[in-house]
Design a protein around this ligand. Structure first.
Ligand SMILES: O=C(O)CC1=CCC(=O)O1
Length: 93
């Protein structure tokens, strides 16, 4: 199942620099792990925003929720999920 996900990051302004660096490093490691596993095939920065558009390829809604809530940045993100279906006019569909 494919999902389009928008993540908007809002870090606490008073987060200590060390804690911020550690949090972002853990988020990056988890993102790389999920990309390598094929669960997170697309990750794009939204120009001019601390936000991304992502595509997740997972087995179920529950799997997506588990993945998203496992992200170290999860407590600091607003997340919007849109389930995707194949479009009949897509070349090769
Ligand atoms: O920077 C972001 O948009 C949040 C994020 C997702 C994966 C990652 O490494 O950072």
């Amino acid at each position: 199942m494919l999902f389009h996900v928008r993540m908007d990051v809002q870090l606490p302004p008073d987060l200590a620099p060390d804690a911020r660096a550690s949090l972002l490093a853990r988020e990056r490691d988890r993102a790389l792990e999920l990309q390598a596993a094929g669960s997170w095939p697309e990750l794009w920065r939204i120009v001019g925003e601390y936000a991304n558009f992502s595509i997740f390829d997972v087995e179920s809604n529950d799997d997506l929720h588990e993945i998203l809530s496992s992200l170290p940045l999860f407590p600091y993100m607003s997340i919007q999920v849109t389930p995707l279906a194949r479009h009949p006019s897509k070349l090769g569909a």
